[in-house]
Design a protein around this ligand. Structure first.
Ligand SMILES: [Zn+2]
Length: 172
């Protein structure tokens, strides 16, 4: 799955920016110490490790918005495009990259700027019922894997799914 155009562009900017003097200068986008004149060059610079952390945080906050807006978003692909290493010391996938995002076990992202999931009905293709959210016990017990399907709470849910009697008491 290729990154969306907007994700590629965010990644290109994050990769391109020299984060090593970020605490001491208001740097224009695309700043690089390599092209600083001597008078502008700050005395202090972050270590490689410190600059890597700043860049990784920039990647995460951007990824939160991208993931919230795009169900196909892949944070590993995005992080690599930003120039963030996604491998652990044994060469495997570093789970910490994914853990930096605010989302639930079903891949649903919290709304940017909040610690809340949007109000929406959720289900999966193989379910018979739709639920008020992924924290419904009956949803959790019945979950068989697969992609979460989401519907606005002020709209119609297709008739192939019935309301869950546990989390969505009857409307009458
Ligand atoms: Zn339910």
């Amino acid at each position: 799955m290729a990154l969306s155009k907007i994700a590629q562009e965010f990644a290109a900017e994050i990769r391109n920016h020299d984060w090593s003097d970020a605490p001491w200068r208001l740097d224009r986008a695309g700043h690089s110490r390599a092209s600083d004149s001597n008078s502008k060059l700050t005395e202090r610079a972050l270590t490689d490790d410190e600059a890597r952390r700043v860049k990784t945080n920039a990647m995460w906050v951007t990824a939160q918005v991208l993931g919230y807006n795009d169900p196909n978003f892949d944070v590993y692909e995005f992080a690599e495009a930003c120039g963030v290493n996604t491998r652990n010391s044994r060469g495997g996938k570093n789970g910490g990259i994914d853990a930096g995002l605010r989302k639930d076990a079903y891949g649903r992202f919290m709304r940017p700027g909040t610690w809340k999931f949007d109000d929406e009905f959720v289900t999966t293709a193989t379910s018979d019922f739709y639920h008020a959210g992924t924290d419904c016990d009956w949803f959790r017990r019945g979950y068989r894997g697969g992609e979460l399907l989401r519907f606005p709470t002020d709209g119609e849910v297709p008739t192939q799914w019935e309301r869950c009697g546990h989390c969505l008491p009857s409307e009458s």
